[in-house]
Design a binder for this molecule. Sequence first.
Ligand SMILES: *[C@@H]1O[C@H](CO)[C@@H](O)[C@H](O)[C@H]1NC(C)=O
Ligand SMILES: *[C@@H]1O[C@H](CO)[C@@H](O)[C@H](O)[C@H]1NC(C)=O
Ligand SMILES: *[C@@H]1O[C@H](CO)[C@@H](O)[C@H](O)[C@H]1NC(C)=O
Ligand SMILES: *[C@@H]1O[C@H](CO)[C@@H](O)[C@H](O)[C@H]1NC(C)=O
Length: 368
Amino acid sequence: MISYSPQTHSILEYNKARGVAIRTFLFYALVTFVFIGMLCIAYNEYSLLDSNPQTIRQNCSSESLTLTINTTTTVSPIKQPVLSDTLDIPEIYKIPIPRKAHMPCQSYHEINGISFDQLWEYPPVSVFIGIFTIATKFERRQVIRDLYRAQQKTLIDDRVEYRFIMGKPDSPHLQLRLEIEQEAYGDLLILNITENLNKGKGHAYWKWAAKTFAGIPENKSLLIAKADDDVFIHFQNLALNLRPLAPEYLYYGHERKKKGGGWRTGLMFILSMDYIEWIGKTEIPKRFIKGPEDVRVWDWLRWGNLPKTTWVNEDCLLYQDPRSTEKRHSWLHKDYAGPQTIGMHGLKKSFMWDGVIDLFFGKNQFTD
Ligand SMILES: *[C@@H]1O[C@H](CO)[C@@H](O)[C@H](O)[C@H]1NC(C)=O
Ligand SMILES: *[C@@H]1O[C@H](CO)[C@@H](O)[C@H](O)[C@H]1NC(C)=O
Ligand SMILES: *[C@@H]1O[C@H](CO)[C@@H](O)[C@H](O)[C@H]1NC(C)=O
Ligand SMILES: *[C@@H]1O[C@H](CO)[C@@H](O)[C@H](O)[C@H]1NC(C)=O
């Protein structure tokens, strides 16, 4: 039995033996990666996607692209410099994120009589998260990458993998920067599409997921998530909350309620492999490809008349940064954060991530 006390332990303390060394390790790993990457670029040509961890099947060529460093490419003048976020921080983001030892709501499992501690008793899960981003957001990716790599090291039994999902770079300079980034981290996935948000990127991603994972016996219970790049995902809490759920026709997320049911909102939602397989072999009608990517997935499942065996609405643990005053997302609002958080949305600027880091990686943040 694993002892776990979310009230007193931060993510980095999930595994005490390794916790202390992680930040130091990451820092030196990063420095080493970048240094070696830069050195090598001077001498070699690469097939970058080949450096991905073997866990992702390589050959999925028609929907993703391999980046190869071409040292003879003439780099054009940079038209859009990659700028840091503004330093003009609004007052509401200078205060810590409001928090309490329990969320101001009950999670899906709590409503169904399973306490947070009981989640540990279920078998572990594997999740793959595609994080939708755009090529130029280097700094955002670095924050997310640091936090997600640190969390991968402290996961207990579960497995969570992630890739950054983007369209083709639109300039040689951008391409070169992505090639270098890919060489260093191997966590980019370039879809063979022009960058867009609501013109079929979702469709391209789910088709890629089907091509990469569907039909592989070892991937049968793998759960596939789509997430945004302004969301912090707490890997262990996500995995724990997925543990009790049958991976059969699973559609999981925070439901945006409409008459007759609703879609799982795009901040993060998850499909099981049977749905992915179906998406892989089904010609999705044109009218369901463009438009809000999260609503479209819901449309496919209904249009396909598929079973709805494990449709889960987690409207407590997936929520908006409590500091946010955005009216548009008021339906996602919670007054404060809790240690059981799965995902916090609305982190659109670098300074917003500082509060998240303090809250979930600092010590004893939920002691009240
Ligand atoms: C998918 O299956 C392969 C075996 O073919 C395995 O190596 C890999 O780890 C699985 N991927 C994930 C993300 O679980
Ligand atoms: C990848 O796909 C190409 C073209 O479809 C094929 O020739 C090659 O054998 C495949 N490689 C692997 C490792 O499956
Ligand atoms: C990318 O898409 C274009 C246009 O649809 C196609 O011509 C090209 O062959 C694709 N590239 C790869 C590597 O699949
Ligand atoms: C590298 O880039 C140069 C200039 O853009 C181009 O002429 C050449 O074909 C490219 N080589 C490869 C292997 O892509």
